[in-house]
Design a protein around this ligand. Structure first.
Ligand code: F0G
Length: 458
């Protein structure tokens, strides 16, 4: 079966409220055309993110009842630790309430001003956490990864020449770690191959630099390796994960993705001294080392979720549901990033709306239209989210891609929902000439897309 049906039965349902187009037009106008400021209840299908939006299984819900809320030494922490160690293998496992805290704790303890962190492509919170410490976040993804039409099967791969050039330019002593984001969210949810992982690890260690994963979507990356890389077809997802993490010295993880939970994360490091420093800071800002800002029951849900996410039937459905949506769009000639990524379909807004320049946020024009017309929430990953400013002229430097991400929550929507989304986008595509760009009325200094206010360009 090319597109397997949902490998679960639905036991509990959450009704969705209906809104009219008129209501949505008013709401988005009042929100300054910012989709983050819309009440979620007025959204029919929410594809803003796959983060923290998963449906938990009956087994996870049952686990919540076994929450041990002891301040120290909760049994759920031990279950969590044991599960993470079994899959990831790292020595010290430090729970946090979500991924960016794991990043903050790691970077606060290893970065100093002027340091450099290479990554295939930094996710926005990762970049912001590096830059907050007055260090530089450098992206070294292969060129194919920046070309939305290139069919390369591992577009998340690190370019080893770019990486080595960065090491030579800044010197290994200014690079405390090299990171790889799996799958590469900001580059279209594209996987990294095991071969590339091995080579990056080898290169990092040759220069005495530690190698870390941003592991949010590790299981989806493992599934792609199984599907696409020679020698892995007969290996289990767990075996692939173990090999992968075996090349690294640690990771940050937002369990809100492949942990199949609504909150949680961790940082894992082999180095005891780093772990000690991180733990001391954890106690200052998150909580004691056996709960890290989470309830005991949350840790139980993560432990169970991390086991469920390795199930191949689940992953086959998951990856193919994303592919199902992507292929319906591609069949209509709608420009999307190819190959279709793991957690999301990305519309190529530059090609979708060639009449709207990056300065007028073509991706945002699609996002606004999708909400108005169909109650669908997507997110712009283009100039609004990622542009830089020329320090001299103050002019906007657009990123290389203008994308709209349709992120699919795990186990939440059916393939029928995906059909609805495809139809709505197809309708908009047929009337794309009518769409107009936007300009900024207000923006914050960091992560402006969350709070910016916009208005349509006349
Ligand atoms: N790294 C990556 C690759 C991510 O995609 C995210 C979150 C984080 C780190 C931070 O984790 O949200 O738990 O603090 N991505 C979400 C998204 C927000 O929508 O892609 P967090």
């Amino acid at each position: 079966m090319r597109f397997p049906a949902e490998p679960f039965r639905i036991k509990v349902v959450e009704p969705i409220k209906n809104t009219t187009q008129e209501e949505r037009e008013r709401l988005i106008r009042e929100a300054g055309y910012n989709i983050f400021s819309i009440p979620a209840e007025t959204i029919y299908i929410d594809l803003l993110t796959d983060s923290g939006t998963s449906a938990m299984s009956d087994n996870q819900w049952a686990g919540l009842m076994l929450g041990d809320e002891s301040y120290a030494g909760s049994r759920n922490y031990y279950h969590f630790e044991q599960t993470v160690r079994e899959i990831f293998g790292f020595k010290n496992i430090i729970p946090t309430h979500q991924g960016r805290v794991a990043e903050n704790l790691l970077f606060s303890n290893i970065l100093k001003e002027g340091d450099v962190v290479p990554n295939n492509i930094h996710f926005d919170t990762t970049r912001a956490n590096v830059e907050y410490h007055k260090a530089q976040a450098v992206d070294c993804v292969i060129d194919e990864g920046l070309d939305p039409e290139n069919p390369h099967l591992f577009k998340g791969n690190m370019d080893l020449n770019k990486l080595e050039a960065v090491i030579k330019k800044y010197g290994a002593d200014r690079i405390p770690i090299i990171m790889l984001t799996i799958t590469n969210n900001s580059g279209g949810g594209q996987p990294v191959s095991m071969e590339n992982i091995r080579q990056v690890s080898e290169l990092a260690h040759r220069y005495g630099i530690r190698f870390f994963f941003d592991a949010c979507r590790f299981a989806e990356n493992c599934y792609f390796i199984k599907e696409r890389e020679e020698g892995y077809a007969d290996k289990s997802i767990l075996e692939i994960a173990k090999e992968m993490f075996g090349y690294a010295d640690g990771c940050t993880m937002s369990a809100k993705k492949d942990g199949l939970v609504n909150i949680g994360g961790f940082v894992a490091v082999n180095d005891d001294e780093w772990a000690q420093r991180i733990t001391n800071m954890l106690i200052l800002i998150e909580g004691f080392k056996t709960y890290g800002g989470l309830a005991g029951r949350d840790l139980e849900a993560i432990a169970r979720g991390l086991k469920e996410v390795l199930d191949e039937n689940y992953l086959r459905f998951r990856i193919n549901q994303t592919r199902y949506l992507g292929e319906m769009l591609a069949d209509q000639g709608i420009p999307i990033v190819k190959p279709i990524g793991g957690h999301a379909v990305y519309l190529d807004a530059r090609r979708f709306l060639p009449h709207i320049p990056p300065e007028q946020f073509p991706g945002q024009a699609i996002v606004v239209e999708l909400y108005k017309r169909a109650g669908i929430r997507a997110v712009e990953i283009g100039s609004l989210m990622m542009a830089k400013k020329d320090p001299e002229t103050g002019k906007m430097i657009p990123p290389s891609l203008e994308l709209v991400r349709l992120a699919i929550p795990r186990r939440v929507y059916t393939n029928m929902h995906m059909q609805y989304v495809a139809e709505a986008i197809t309708e908009i595509y047929h009337e794309r000439e009518k769409l107009k760009g936007f300009e900024i009325e207000y923006e914050a200094e960091f992560l402006r897309h969350f709070t910016a206010k916009l208005k349509p360009v006349d």
